[in-house]
Design a protein around this ligand. Structure first.
Ligand SMILES: [Zn+2]
Length: 416
């Protein structure tokens, strides 16, 4: 089973998990959170759940119970390991809670609003999807990030972008387990359609052909206008497209028909996925973003190289600025031709002056914090900043002095 699931999981998830592990130390924080959970077992969630939600058990769970137990058994869980609940909420949603305490079950919650509108086959997909989150232990990341940054808006831009990308990959991985659970692409796609629209199918013709056509059309539009794509769950057409490609892959074929122990490496699927994931990842979506990224990256690197010490903080600040444009700025910075950085900055500045002169003040204001990030004011950095602002972006000297002095008052904290 373990090998099957690791074959099913979207590959890119691993790289991001590693990044979060390194930047947060997920292991330590998870361990400490778990310690406190074990210390006060009275706070254990099911006690609360039992009071406010309906447990789906053998006695009165009926067909829903049968589906839940069939799918959890199929995916390798016993009845003691996962408890299912229906919550009295109209929102079209389901969720899962990973238990970190030995002997305490994981929890899957299905909202009333959802259960009322899906067929039992679609419910298999949904249950499979939720169990997928448990199998891949996605909570190992979310729990820590939500603990350290309880307010999503306070996540630094770089982390926000990467967390968004990672969450979307998680949904795609979980969808694949959903497909495994229900065993039928049409059912899975209809489940996804209902999840996104919350509509009753009696009003619509949700044939596979129709659903695929709508998804394809929106997908093509998205490729042409990538700025559409945001929100935490990947836009539905992307999920449908990803699931379709998966169901057509040699890997899926191997899972359904082949040797249950060996799963083929599937480069074609990975190529298709790269194509689809392009829409999930952030990249500059027009020429203006492209040139602003080029300017901030090159001018930022010039400021960084003006001074030998205290580079870490300044570098981290710069990648957060660049995260507005690309989801993984370090790769972009690595690729900059180090010998041509000055030329690149000049070129970007010239384009900005020609087409987007209204952006110059905002751009230099974004660069300014690099200078004072290390609580020191280095002559060389100030020199580079003034030179770029006045000579390349043609901001009058008197005005840039105002911007500079204002920045000092707001952000400069020697010994602070
Ligand atoms: Zn999900």
């Amino acid at each position: 089973m373990k090998r099957l699931f690791s074959a099913v999981q979207v590959k890119e998830e691993g790289a991001l998990l590693k990044f979060f592990e390194e930047s947060f130390n997920l292991k330590i924080i998870n361990g400490l959170i778990e310690f406190k959970e074990k210390e006060s077992p009275d706070n254990y969630l099911p006690f609360y759940m039992r009071g406010y939600s309906l447990p789906i058990n053998k006695a009165f769970g009926g067909k829903v119970y049968s589906v839940c137990s069939k799918i959890s058994e199929m995916l390798g869980y016993t009845e003691k390991e996962i408890e299912f609940y229906v919550s009295n909420e109209a929102e079209f949603n389901s969720s899962s809670i990973l238990s970190s305490i030995r002997g305490k079950p994981h929890i899957v919650i299905i909202n009333r609003g959802l259960i009322e509108k899906v067929s039992l086959a679609e419910l298999e997909f949904i249950i499979g999807h939720e169990i997928g989150h448990l199998i891949f232990r996605h909570a190992y990341v979310t729990r820590v990030i939500q603990y350290v940054y309880p307010t999503y808006e306070n996540l630094p831009p770089l982390l926000q972008k990467l967390y968004d990308v990672w969450s979307k990959l998680c949904e795609i991985s979980a969808d694949r387990v959903g497909l495994l659970a229900c065993g039928d692409l049409e059912t899975a796609v209809r489940g996804l359609f209902k999840l996104s629209s919350a509509l009753d199918e009696k009003y619509f013709d949700l044939s596979l052909e129709n659903m695929v056509r709508i998804a394809d059309l929106t997908y093509t539009e998205m490729r042409e206008h990538p700025s559409y794509v945001s929100a935490t769950h990947p836009a539905n057409p992307i999920r449908i497209k990803a699931l379709m490609e998966f169901s057509r892959s040699t890997l899926w074929d191997g899972i359904v028909n082949g040797d249950k122990k060996a799963f083929p490496h599937d480069p074609l699927l990975e190529e298709k996925m790269n194509d689809i994931l392009y829409l999930i990842k952030k990249a500059p979506f027009d020429e203006q973003e492209e040139v602003e990224l080029m300017f901030l990256a090159s001018a930022g690197m010039l400021l960084l190289s003006a001074q030998e010490e205290h580079k870490d903080d300044e570098y981290n600040y710069l990648i957060n600025v660049l995260a507005q444009y690309v989801h993984w700025p370090p790769a972009y910075l690595d690729e900059l031709n180090k010998n041509n950085i000055y030329e690149m900055m000049e070129k970007a500045s010239a384009t900005i002056m020609e087409f987007y002169p209204q952006r110059t003040r905002d751009l230099v204001k974004q660069l300014f914090p690099i200078i004072v990030r290390d609580r020191k004011l280095a002559d060389a950095e100030v020199g580079v900043f003034l030179k770029i602002s006045t000579e390349e972006l043609k901001i009058p000297y008197s005005e840039i002095v105002d911007i500079f002095l204002q920045g000092i008052r707001e952000l400069y904290q020697p010994f602070g």
